[in-house]
Design a protein around this ligand. Structure first.
Ligand SMILES: [Fe+2]
Ligand SMILES: [Fe+2]
Length: 292
């Protein structure tokens, strides 16, 4: 079953997108986009597991639980369903169901309530970082997509992720007022969550997609580094660095100075760091990741 009933009241319906207009021949040549779309669909669909943990963590906080159940989960689930439907249209030979099953079995062992927190305010800060990451990621996909249907899909998801960020930020402000966390504690929670995105969520999803694409070969973690480098090469051109930095630093309440802002300075450092992590052969489209 590719189509699934997500629920009512959503801003858009993934079944309305023109999947029959996907240019399969163009997409067949882009392994990088297959990895991007498939891994993103896996992570999105697992939102319901993560949401159960979040609802348990915020038990008794009715407004949070109502929003998670009524808005956040249906929207995230729709993101996964839409990306899955797109993957089926663009790469019909890819065994999405079997690959997702293997991914889910492994990921479920990592997704535990004790990994949330350590306080409600800091968990909301962590959620804001995740939503900043997804908003920026789909912005990049929208900008780099050679297929208009994928660009349209990424644009819809991007708008939802922006809404999630705003709502989690409101919740963060509420618990921040109650708990008064130190700025350093908030920064630490943000950095830790950002590292988890790369090291855990993304790695596990990538590993299973890679194994499906290369069934006779043995997976190496260095292949994931190669994938992230290829993403980095695209990010140099398409990632909304300034916006992402602004979204993240809003949590810290950094003082705003006239003239060149703190955000702009951090964004510059981020860009230089990104440039340094991308191997020369991948910069400006000179070459491609070889083990994908
Ligand atoms: Fe999402
Ligand atoms: Fe989201």
């Amino acid at each position: 079953m590719i189509d699934q009933d997500i629920g009512t009241g959503l801003r858009w319906n993934y079944q309305d997108l023109p999947y029959d207009a996907v240019d399969c021949s163009a997409m067949a040549s882009s392994r990088l986009l297959l990895y991007i779309v498939a891994t993103a669909s896996f992570v999105e669909i697992m939102s319901d597991v993560y949401a159960r943990n979040l609802v348990e963590y915020f038990k008794g906080e009715d407004e949070v639980c109502r929003w998670l159940d009524g808005v956040w989960v249906p929207e995230e689930t729709q993101h996964g369903a839409a990306l899955r439907r797109y993957a089926a249209a663009a790469w019909p030979a890819f065994d999405w169901d079997g690959t997702f099953e293997r991914y889910r079995d492994e990921y479920a062992t990592y997704c535990k309530t004790e990994r949330l927190g350590p306080t409600r305010a800091l968990e909301m800060a962590r959620r804001c970082i995740v939503e900043t990451g997804t908003f920026s990621y789909y912005t990049m996909i929208q900008r780099m997509a050679p297929c208009p249907v994928l660009a349209q899909l990424a644009g819809e998801i991007r708008a939802d992720e922006a809404g999630h960020y705003k709502q989690f930020l409101r919740f963060f402000r509420h618990y921040q007022g109650l708990e008064q966390p130190a700025r350093s504690a908030t920064a630490k929670a943000m950095v830790q969550r950002a590292l988890e995105i790369n090291e855990e969520d993304g790695l596990i999803a990538f590993k299973h997609v890679w194994q499906a694409m290369n069934p006779s070969r043995e997976f190496r973690t260095s292949y994931y580094s190669e994938f992230t480098h290829a993403l980095g090469a695209n990010a140099l051109e398409h990632y909304p660095v300034r916006t992402a930095v602004h979204m993240a630093t809003r949590l810290l309440g950094l003082p705003r100075k006239p003239g060149r802002s703190v955000d702009a300075a951090i964004a510059s450092v981020f860009r230089v760091g990104l440039h340094m992590t991308v191997p020369a052969y991948l910069r400006r489209g000179r070459g491609a990741a070889i083990h994908l």
